[in-house]
Design a protein around this ligand. Structure first.
Ligand SMILES: Cc1ncc(COP(=O)(O)O)c(C=O)c1O
Ligand SMILES: [Zn+2]
Length: 393
């Protein structure tokens, strides 16, 4: 089934600028907001059915009607297991707790989905060298897919990024620049040099396709829940691409008549040491403020000011969701629980999600019979330093 992509459109409704998908694009040329891919869903819905997708390739590319159309640069991303967490659920007080284990993706995090889509389109549209700032895992994924595609890759990451991210990126042949600072400083380095160097920037939300890859997490839940959606989705939020992407997937599914207007409550889990979305949510703000001195072992959550903050917050409010922060010690303790009770060696980001669930149950904002999906966004194998501390080694 071919892709039904028709155009790109600015994510700010007041702008709405349309851009072609047939050339390389970064932000909206008018207002510098993220561009979103749009599809002819009246055509897509003819073939995108539960029965049809179940017969297709076991990667995220099975939802091809609603993904960009080019030969996929694929390492087998997506279709991660959705595990019923019976023992952890019992301990936590939930009979329907599920863990979507994104640590089983290529390069051991959910970043594989977004980068598979972005690298696919960048290659198809003629980019030669990709560049991005990263908190860690996106860099490793970009480097792997660039290697697979035969493209150059320049990665700027904080000097104190977990060693596994630096090692994998170098192994995949990327040009890794270690910057004394945070992802925001790395972003500035890439933005300042990209034009002179001829790099195509694939930073979070600065090109339209990472979100398309990440939205497949929403399509997978729809498929795994047999055409329905869970009551609650808990998502460790840094740049928020997966949360925005899943919300986009649900809108597309509704437009295609595959689901009704009901939606899961979306829960953004953040770290106490960097919680701009939690702070904005508590103040009912439309956007976030830059978080000074961001620090947490959950390196993927160390994003002081997400570019798509207004989209994340819109989706949280629309879903009647929540935003909850976890301390580093809370999230590492939660990781140990997940490991001991479910055999899942999680990233600290996944631990933050479990803490959010525990806190919301205490506050009676999640009921014991609700279906709750916790996204473990990465593998603990990439966080040896954090796990050493967690285990007191
Ligand atoms: C393991 C992990 N979890 C969560 C995140 C945050 O992802 P997002 O930017 O989609 O909010 C990251 C980002 O680097 C990550 O590496
Ligand atoms: Zn615009």
């Amino acid at each position: 089934m071919p892709s039904t992509i028709t155009h790109l459109q600015c994510s700010r409704p007041a702008c709405g600028k349309v851009a072609p998908y047939s050339t390389l694009q970064n932000l909206c040329p008018v207002c510098s907001s993220p561009l979103l891919a749009r599809y002819d869903l009246s055509i897509a819905k003819r073939t995108l059915t539960l029965d049809a997708v179940r017969t297709r390739t076991r990667t995220m590319w099975r939802y091809e009607e609603v993904l960009p159309g080019a030969p996929p640069v694929s390492l087998g991303e997506g279709m991660t297991p959705l595990i019923h967490a019976g023992r952890l659920g019992e301990r936590t007080g939930l009979s329907n707790l599920y863990i979507k284990d994104e640590g089983l993706n290529p390069t051991a995090s959910f970043k594989a989905r977004g980068l598979s889509a972005a690298v696919t389109m960048a290659k198809a549209l003629g980019a030669k060298t990709l560049a991005l700032p990263t908190a860690g895992n996106a860099g490793g994924a970009a480097a792997a897919y660039a290697a697979k595609a035969g493209l150059g890759c320049v990665i700027a990451m904080p000097a104190d990024t977990p060693m596994a991210n630096i090692m994998e990126s170098r192994a995949f042949g990327a040009d890794v620049r270690l910057i004394d600072g945070l992802i925001s400083d790395c972003g500035k380095f890439i933005a300042d040099n990209r034009i002179r160097e001829g790099w195509f920037e694939v930073s979070t939300l600065k090109e339209p396709y990472r979100i398309e890859g990440k939205k497949t997490m929403g399509y997978e839940l729809w498929e795994e829940f047999g055409g329905r959606l869970p009551d609650v989705i808990v998502y460790p939020t840094g740049g928020g691409v997966g949360l925005i992407g899943m919300w986009k997937a649900f809108e597309e599914l509704e437009t295609m008549g595959r689901i009704g207007s009901e939606r899961p409550r979306m829960i953004a889990a953040q770290a106490e040491g960097c919680a701009p979305i939690v702070k904005a949510f508590e103040q009912h703000g439309e956007s976030s403020e830059f978080w000074n001195n961001a620090a947490t072992v959950a390196s993927g959550l160390r994003v002081p000011k997400p570019l798509g903050d207004f989209l994340i917050l819109d989706d949280l409010y629309a879903s009647h969701g929540e935003a909850v922060a976890a301390s580093d010690s809370e999230m590492l303790a939660a990781c140990r629980e997940m490991a001991a009770l479910e055999g899942i060696f999680a990233a600290p980001e996944g631990g933050a999600g479990l803490v959010a669930i525990q806190k919301l149950i205490e506050q009676k904002k999640i009921r014991c019979d609700e279906s709750v999906v916790l996204f473990n966004t990465g593998s603990g194998y990439k966080y040896v330093e954090a796990w050493q501390a967690a285990l007191g080694m």
